[in-house]
Design a binder for this molecule. Sequence first.
Ligand SMILES: *[C@@H]1O[C@H](CO)[C@@H](O)[C@H](O)[C@H]1NC(C)=O
Length: 328
Amino acid sequence: MRRGMIIFLVFNLVLLGFILNSVFTLITLLFEDCTADAIRPYDIPAPSSDLIDQRPKLIPKIIHQTWRNETIPEKWSEAQQSCIKIHTDYEYKLWTDQRSREFIATEYPWFLETFDNYPYPIMRADAIRYFVLAHFGGIYVDMDDGCNRRLDPLLSYSAWVRKTKPTGISNDAMGSTPQHPFFLQVIESLQSYNRNWRVPYITVMYSTGPLFLSVIWKEYIRWGTSEEGRVRILMPDEYIKKPWSFFTYHKGSSWHNEDAQAIFWMGQHWILLTVSGVVLAALLYIVGFTVVRKSHISFPPQFFVNLFRRGGYTSLKKKDDEEKTVEV
Ligand SMILES: *[C@@H]1O[C@H](CO)[C@@H](O)[C@H](O)[C@H]1NC(C)=O
């Protein structure tokens, strides 16, 4: 029985290692505060500052937005116009459904099948923003984000994204130089992350949305990057709400269905959920172990021991061992 027990424990350890490895990035994401790459408030001249920003501009002056077609709903046209009006020297590109598809078909035909088969339109809207940033460079801004000031200071970084709550980064405002290694990695990863997770909200978040982007980002920065490859993080105060923030938020997101509510709740209570999950698993394990010990069921379960005794395992053992296993 001793040997069976050891095999059983090793098997458990390997399984645990395997699970931990596959969720490692997600776990590290929970402890990520983004400070290492944060854009500091003192790096950004105040909106009314006379101090002319002398740093070279790396990101091209292009603003990208996405919408179904050319007709922008009234609730967002104010936000849209606020960006266009103060950036008359920027090129403005509106990626409608039709234009997005044509662009993918022409420039990235290998992705067209995935693009066409995304089950939710928002997934195409997510994907296209990564492709146009990787291709043209520029700044992508969500339709419900208006501009509170000129975005020029943000052109001095080779790429940036913004920090979001409860953890990770979001994809609603991002900037990049063309062919930036981070956004190249993002577009290369889209196909392998395209999975159906049954819950629509998770499918969207993890296949193309902010969770997908956060995981790719964590993997991208894991071993460090060159200065040109660096992805800077716009912190909440510089993003929104303060007088010196770059953007204003116009409520209008379509993300308020029940899935989203449940996930938001889980996001806000993840410590509680994690602790209860671990406690519950430990309790189940202890109870199960005790029950098995007190009953006449052998532990580890006989079928489990047999599983390892059959197949190639026995043939590698010494003769006497082999004889023992034959009895089983
Ligand atoms: C754009 O889409 C909306 C709703 O889907 C529709 O009402 C409108 O007519 C469309 N506009 C154009 C120019 O096709």
